[in-house]
Design a protein around this ligand. Structure first.
Ligand SMILES: O=C[C@H](O)COP(=O)(O)O
Length: 271
Protein backbone atom coordinates (compact mmCIF):
# COMPACT_ATOMS: atom_id res chain seq x y z
CA UNK A 1 0.00 0.00 0.00
CA UNK A 2 1.25 3.47 -0.84
CA UNK A 3 2.25 5.57 2.16
CA UNK A 4 2.83 9.28 2.21
CA UNK A 5 4.94 11.34 4.54
CA UNK A 6 1.91 12.30 6.64
CA UNK A 7 0.73 8.69 6.77
CA UNK A 8 -2.35 9.45 4.66
CA UNK A 9 -2.85 5.88 3.55
CA UNK A 10 -2.10 4.48 6.98
CA UNK A 11 -5.64 5.70 7.61
CA UNK A 12 -8.03 3.49 5.69
CA UNK A 13 -9.97 5.70 3.28
CA UNK A 14 -13.72 5.74 3.80
CA UNK A 15 -16.29 6.46 1.13
CA UNK A 16 -19.60 6.99 2.92
CA UNK A 17 -23.03 7.37 1.34
CA UNK A 18 -25.66 9.23 3.36
CA UNK A 19 -29.01 8.40 1.82
CA UNK A 20 -30.75 10.98 4.04
CA UNK A 21 -34.58 10.60 3.94
CA UNK A 22 -34.54 8.80 0.59
CA UNK A 23 -35.08 5.14 -0.31
CA UNK A 24 -37.68 3.04 1.48
CA UNK A 25 -36.51 -0.43 2.53
CA UNK A 26 -37.45 -2.02 -0.80
CA UNK A 27 -35.68 0.66 -2.84
CA UNK A 28 -32.79 0.55 -0.38
CA UNK A 29 -31.99 -3.12 -0.83
CA UNK A 30 -32.23 -2.77 -4.62
CA UNK A 31 -29.75 0.12 -4.51
CA UNK A 32 -27.41 -1.82 -2.24
CA UNK A 33 -27.54 -4.94 -4.42
CA UNK A 34 -26.69 -2.88 -7.50
CA UNK A 35 -23.87 -1.17 -5.64
CA UNK A 36 -22.42 -4.51 -4.54
CA UNK A 37 -22.56 -5.89 -8.10
CA UNK A 38 -21.00 -2.76 -9.56
CA UNK A 39 -18.15 -2.74 -7.06
CA UNK A 40 -17.59 -6.46 -7.61
CA UNK A 41 -17.43 -5.97 -11.39
CA UNK A 42 -14.91 -3.19 -10.82
CA UNK A 43 -12.88 -5.61 -8.65
CA UNK A 44 -13.10 -3.24 -5.76
CA UNK A 45 -10.56 -4.08 -3.07
CA UNK A 46 -12.26 -3.64 0.29
CA UNK A 47 -8.99 -4.11 2.12
CA UNK A 48 -7.83 -0.81 0.74
CA UNK A 49 -10.93 1.37 0.71
CA UNK A 50 -13.89 1.03 3.06
CA UNK A 51 -17.41 1.64 1.79
CA UNK A 52 -20.30 2.47 4.13
CA UNK A 53 -23.93 3.42 3.62
CA UNK A 54 -26.23 5.33 5.96
CA UNK A 55 -29.83 4.39 5.11
CA UNK A 56 -32.95 5.66 6.91
CA UNK A 57 -33.76 3.82 10.17
CA UNK A 58 -36.60 1.89 8.55
CA UNK A 59 -34.16 0.32 6.05
CA UNK A 60 -31.57 -0.84 8.54
CA UNK A 61 -32.96 -4.31 9.24
CA UNK A 62 -33.32 -5.09 5.51
CA UNK A 63 -29.85 -3.72 4.80
CA UNK A 64 -28.38 -5.82 7.61
CA UNK A 65 -30.13 -8.97 6.34
CA UNK A 66 -28.82 -8.41 2.80
CA UNK A 67 -25.26 -7.59 3.88
CA UNK A 68 -25.07 -10.59 6.22
CA UNK A 69 -26.89 -12.99 3.89
CA UNK A 70 -24.82 -12.15 0.83
CA UNK A 71 -21.63 -11.55 2.87
CA UNK A 72 -21.23 -8.11 1.32
CA UNK A 73 -18.14 -6.25 2.42
CA UNK A 74 -20.06 -3.00 2.90
CA UNK A 75 -20.46 -1.37 6.29
CA UNK A 76 -23.60 0.40 7.37
CA UNK A 77 -24.64 2.92 9.93
CA UNK A 78 -27.53 5.03 11.16
CA UNK A 79 -28.09 8.71 10.52
CA UNK A 80 -28.59 9.66 14.18
CA UNK A 81 -28.93 8.22 17.69
CA UNK A 82 -30.40 9.22 21.04
CA UNK A 83 -28.07 10.30 23.85
CA UNK A 84 -30.05 7.83 26.03
CA UNK A 85 -30.00 4.04 25.79
CA UNK A 86 -33.64 3.35 26.77
CA UNK A 87 -36.67 4.85 28.45
CA UNK A 88 -39.52 7.27 27.82
CA UNK A 89 -38.07 9.07 24.78
CA UNK A 90 -40.78 8.70 22.16
CA UNK A 91 -39.46 8.65 18.63
CA UNK A 92 -35.79 8.42 19.62
CA UNK A 93 -33.52 5.56 18.56
CA UNK A 94 -31.13 3.96 21.03
CA UNK A 95 -27.48 3.33 20.19
CA UNK A 96 -27.90 -0.01 21.95
CA UNK A 97 -30.51 -1.07 19.37
CA UNK A 98 -28.35 0.15 16.48
CA UNK A 99 -25.39 -1.76 17.78
CA UNK A 100 -27.45 -4.94 18.20
CA UNK A 101 -28.64 -4.53 14.62
CA UNK A 102 -25.03 -4.65 13.43
CA UNK A 103 -24.47 -0.98 12.66
CA UNK A 104 -20.80 -0.12 12.70
CA UNK A 105 -21.21 3.63 12.32
CA UNK A 106 -23.57 6.40 13.33
CA UNK A 107 -23.72 9.96 12.02
CA UNK A 108 -23.65 12.61 14.73
CA UNK A 109 -24.30 16.30 14.19
CA UNK A 110 -25.12 16.38 10.50
CA UNK A 111 -25.86 20.02 9.63
CA UNK A 112 -29.46 19.03 8.84
CA UNK A 113 -29.80 17.85 12.46
CA UNK A 114 -28.05 20.95 13.78
CA UNK A 115 -30.22 23.36 11.81
CA UNK A 116 -33.60 21.63 11.35
CA UNK A 117 -33.65 20.00 14.80
CA UNK A 118 -31.63 22.62 16.69
CA UNK A 119 -29.06 20.11 17.94
CA UNK A 120 -26.42 21.85 20.06
CA UNK A 121 -22.79 20.93 20.55
CA UNK A 122 -23.62 19.94 24.13
CA UNK A 123 -26.23 17.45 22.90
CA UNK A 124 -23.89 16.17 20.21
CA UNK A 125 -21.23 15.58 22.84
CA UNK A 126 -23.72 13.40 24.73
CA UNK A 127 -24.55 11.56 21.51
CA UNK A 128 -20.85 10.86 20.90
CA UNK A 129 -20.57 9.43 24.40
CA UNK A 130 -23.67 7.28 23.76
CA UNK A 131 -22.18 6.01 20.49
CA UNK A 132 -18.93 4.91 22.17
CA UNK A 133 -20.84 3.42 25.08
CA UNK A 134 -22.58 1.18 22.55
CA UNK A 135 -19.49 0.28 20.49
CA UNK A 136 -20.55 2.39 17.51
CA UNK A 137 -18.04 4.45 15.55
CA UNK A 138 -19.34 8.00 15.35
CA UNK A 139 -19.01 9.98 12.15
CA UNK A 140 -19.19 13.55 13.45
CA UNK A 141 -20.13 16.31 11.01
CA UNK A 142 -18.88 19.87 11.42
CA UNK A 143 -18.79 22.91 9.18
CA UNK A 144 -19.84 26.48 8.69
CA UNK A 145 -22.77 28.22 7.02
CA UNK A 146 -22.45 30.73 4.20
CA UNK A 147 -22.44 33.86 6.37
CA UNK A 148 -19.62 32.54 8.51
CA UNK A 149 -17.64 31.57 5.42
CA UNK A 150 -18.14 35.05 3.98
CA UNK A 151 -17.00 36.63 7.26
CA UNK A 152 -13.76 34.62 7.04
CA UNK A 153 -14.38 32.95 10.39
CA UNK A 154 -14.95 29.43 9.04
CA UNK A 155 -11.83 27.88 10.56
CA UNK A 156 -12.49 29.40 13.98
CA UNK A 157 -16.17 28.35 13.88
CA UNK A 158 -15.48 24.77 12.81
CA UNK A 159 -12.69 24.23 15.33
CA UNK A 160 -14.97 25.55 18.06
CA UNK A 161 -17.51 22.88 17.08
CA UNK A 162 -14.76 20.25 17.23
CA UNK A 163 -13.63 21.36 20.70
CA UNK A 164 -17.16 21.43 22.11
CA UNK A 165 -18.27 18.16 20.51
CA UNK A 166 -15.17 16.26 21.66
CA UNK A 167 -15.17 17.59 25.24
CA UNK A 168 -14.22 14.84 27.69
CA UNK A 169 -13.54 12.17 25.06
CA UNK A 170 -10.33 10.24 25.55
CA UNK A 171 -7.47 9.64 23.13
CA UNK A 172 -8.60 6.13 22.21
CA UNK A 173 -12.09 7.35 21.35
CA UNK A 174 -10.83 10.22 19.20
CA UNK A 175 -8.36 7.95 17.40
CA UNK A 176 -11.32 5.83 16.27
CA UNK A 177 -13.49 8.83 15.40
CA UNK A 178 -14.34 9.94 11.86
CA UNK A 179 -14.98 13.64 11.33
CA UNK A 180 -16.57 15.00 8.16
CA UNK A 181 -15.99 18.64 7.30
CA UNK A 182 -19.17 19.71 5.50
CA UNK A 183 -19.54 23.39 4.67
CA UNK A 184 -23.30 23.91 4.91
CA UNK A 185 -23.32 26.17 1.83
CA UNK A 186 -22.00 23.27 -0.26
CA UNK A 187 -24.58 20.67 0.83
CA UNK A 188 -27.08 19.73 -1.84
CA UNK A 189 -26.48 23.05 -3.60
CA UNK A 190 -24.15 21.97 -6.38
CA UNK A 191 -21.61 24.40 -4.85
CA UNK A 192 -18.55 22.43 -3.97
CA UNK A 193 -15.72 23.72 -1.81
CA UNK A 194 -12.46 23.71 -3.74
CA UNK A 195 -9.99 20.92 -3.00
CA UNK A 196 -7.79 23.53 -1.32
CA UNK A 197 -10.70 24.54 0.97
CA UNK A 198 -11.24 20.89 1.94
CA UNK A 199 -7.50 20.51 2.63
CA UNK A 200 -7.31 23.78 4.59
CA UNK A 201 -10.07 22.71 6.94
CA UNK A 202 -9.06 19.06 7.31
CA UNK A 203 -5.51 20.16 8.06
CA UNK A 204 -6.80 22.67 10.65
CA UNK A 205 -8.95 19.97 12.29
CA UNK A 206 -6.00 17.55 12.42
CA UNK A 207 -3.80 20.21 14.02
CA UNK A 208 -6.52 20.96 16.54
CA UNK A 209 -6.73 17.27 17.48
CA UNK A 210 -2.94 17.19 17.85
CA UNK A 211 -3.19 20.16 20.22
CA UNK A 212 -6.07 18.66 22.20
CA UNK A 213 -4.54 15.16 22.33
CA UNK A 214 -1.26 14.43 20.56
CA UNK A 215 0.25 13.80 17.11
CA UNK A 216 -0.36 10.05 17.30
CA UNK A 217 -4.09 10.56 17.84
CA UNK A 218 -4.25 13.19 15.08
CA UNK A 219 -2.51 10.79 12.70
CA UNK A 220 -5.23 8.17 13.29
CA UNK A 221 -8.45 10.23 13.15
CA UNK A 222 -10.00 9.95 9.71
CA UNK A 223 -11.19 13.22 8.18
CA UNK A 224 -13.68 13.33 5.32
CA UNK A 225 -15.04 16.10 3.12
CA UNK A 226 -18.74 16.35 2.27
CA UNK A 227 -20.79 18.75 0.15
CA UNK A 228 -21.92 18.19 -3.45
CA UNK A 229 -19.30 15.48 -4.06
CA UNK A 230 -19.75 13.71 -7.40
CA UNK A 231 -17.60 11.51 -9.60
CA UNK A 232 -16.58 14.64 -11.54
CA UNK A 233 -15.05 16.45 -8.58
CA UNK A 234 -14.11 13.59 -6.25
CA UNK A 235 -10.60 12.83 -7.47
CA UNK A 236 -9.18 16.30 -6.81
CA UNK A 237 -10.67 16.33 -3.30
CA UNK A 238 -9.57 12.80 -2.43
CA UNK A 239 -6.00 13.59 -3.46
CA UNK A 240 -5.59 16.12 -0.66
CA UNK A 241 -3.09 15.15 2.06
CA UNK A 242 -5.48 15.37 5.00
CA UNK A 243 -8.66 14.17 3.29
CA UNK A 244 -9.25 10.48 4.05
CA UNK A 245 -12.50 10.05 2.15
CA UNK A 246 -15.83 11.67 1.43
CA UNK A 247 -19.35 11.79 2.83
CA UNK A 248 -21.63 11.74 -0.19
CA UNK A 249 -25.30 12.72 -0.12
CA UNK A 250 -27.18 13.05 -3.42
CA UNK A 251 -24.62 11.20 -5.55
CA UNK A 252 -24.76 8.16 -3.24
CA UNK A 253 -28.26 7.47 -4.60
CA UNK A 254 -26.77 6.95 -8.07
CA UNK A 255 -24.86 3.66 -8.13
CA UNK A 256 -22.61 4.57 -11.07
CA UNK A 257 -21.64 7.92 -9.54
CA UNK A 258 -20.99 6.44 -6.11
CA UNK A 259 -19.03 3.45 -7.45
CA UNK A 260 -16.89 5.81 -9.53
CA UNK A 261 -16.06 7.85 -6.43
CA UNK A 262 -14.98 4.61 -4.70
CA UNK A 263 -12.84 3.75 -7.74
CA UNK A 264 -11.06 7.13 -7.68
CA UNK A 265 -10.05 6.55 -4.07
CA UNK A 266 -8.92 2.99 -4.78
CA UNK A 267 -6.86 4.23 -7.71
CA UNK A 268 -5.15 6.80 -5.46
CA UNK A 269 -4.33 4.18 -2.86
CA UNK A 270 -3.06 1.52 -5.24
CA UNK A 271 -1.06 3.69 -7.70
O1 LIG B 1 -24.18 13.86 4.23
C1 LIG B 1 -23.91 14.30 3.12
C2 LIG B 1 -23.80 15.74 2.89
O2 LIG B 1 -24.82 16.44 3.51
C3 LIG B 1 -23.57 16.12 1.47
O3 LIG B 1 -24.76 16.03 0.73
P1 LIG B 1 -24.69 16.30 -0.84
O4 LIG B 1 -23.61 15.41 -1.38
O5 LIG B 1 -26.04 15.98 -1.38
O6 LIG B 1 -24.31 17.76 -1.00
Amino acid sequence: MTTSTNGKFDRKPLIAGNWKMNMDHVQGITLLQKLAWTLKDAQHDYNRVEVAVFPPFTDLRSVQTLIRGDKLDIEFGAQDLSPKDSGAYTGDISGQFLSKLGCRYVLVGHSERRTVHGETDELLNEKLVAAYRNSLVPLLCVGEGLEIRQSGKHVQHTLEQVRRDLAGLDAEQVSALVIAYEPVWAIGTGEVAGPEDAQEMCSAIRSEIADLYDDAVAAKTRLLYGGSVKAANAASILKQRDVDGVLVGGASLDVTEFANIVRFEQHLVTD
